[in-house]
Design a protein around this ligand. Structure first.
Ligand code: PEP
Length: 244
């Protein structure tokens, strides 16, 4: 399966940082065997999508409605209109800070499909949940609730992101990543049949140039969702190279 390396810029990036996006677009352009994407702040989508064609430009969230009285929100149609090819939905930072439920995330994923863009649906346990031996049950529960019945490999990916690994420099053991990705794969195949085997499962959480090769070599790790290391070309490129 072709791997997908997607960057998540979170709430970082002014017009001045378009130079960094340009450097990233240039760096990844030689790696045609890997799908690459950069999910940037909404304010940068249109300019980035217009200027840089070597990778997909994405959003980081969308509203589930097409339009209407939702002050401050951005619809999937608006993302598509700005040139986005995909969007992240259900990132743990939004689950926590915006109180997004699995049902909300399912609606957002469906909105992405409706708008003709891809979705990366995020799931992941907290440290307390892992310590309590509940990691797999929590993740499979989020997966069941967050994926719509229409999920298919041509528009949807799953990102397994242990909350305690995001931005901390800590990563799970190879065995724990393998076990969780196998469990997610099993759930996808059970629900979506043959196509469930083709839905990409990304790992996210402190992936960097040093650990990417070993993480990406694990069975059922079909790419990465990268936060901090996606902000600069010199940090993002080694991860893309490790996926090639
Ligand atoms: C993320 O926020 O999706 C993420 C994986 O962040 P980081 O790579 O910085 O841990």
């Amino acid at each position: 399966m072709r791997k997908l390396i997607a960057g998540n810029w979170k709430m970082n990036g002014l017009q001045a940082e378009l130079a960094d996006i340009a450097a990233i677009a240039d760096a990844v352009s030689a790696h045609l065997g890997v799908d690459t994407a950069l999910c940037v702040p909404a304010t940068l989508i249109q300019t980035a999508a217009t200027r840089f064609a070597s990778m997909a430009i994405g959003g980081q969230d969308c509203h589930m409605a097409v339009s209407g009285a939702h002050t401050g929100c951005v619809s999937a149609e608006m993302l598509a209109d700005a040139g986005a090819k995909l969007t992240i939905v259900g990132h743990s930072e939004r689950r926590a800070a915006q109180g997004e439920s699995d049902a909300d995330i399912r609606g957002k994923a469906l909105a992405a499909k409706r708008a003709g863009i891809g979705a990366i649906v995020c799931v992941g346990e907290t440290e307390a949940e892992r310590d309590a031996g509940q990691a797999e049950a929590i993740v499979l529960g989020q997966l069941a609730g967050s994926l719509p019945d229409e999920a298919a490999s041509n528009w949807l990916s799953v990102a397994y992101e242990p909350v305690w690994a995001i931005g901390t420099g800590r990563i799970p053991s190879v065995e724990d990543v393998a076990a969780m990705h196998a469990a997610i794969r099993g759930a996808l195949v059970a629900r979506f049949g043959e196509d469930g085997a083709a839905i990409r499962i990304l790992y996210g959480g402190s992936m960097n140039g040093e650990n990417a090769a070993s993480l990406l070599a694990i069975a059922n790790v079909d790419g990465g969702l990268i936060g901090g290391a996606s902000l600069k070309a010199e940090k993002f490129l080694p991860i893309v190279q490790a996926a090639a």
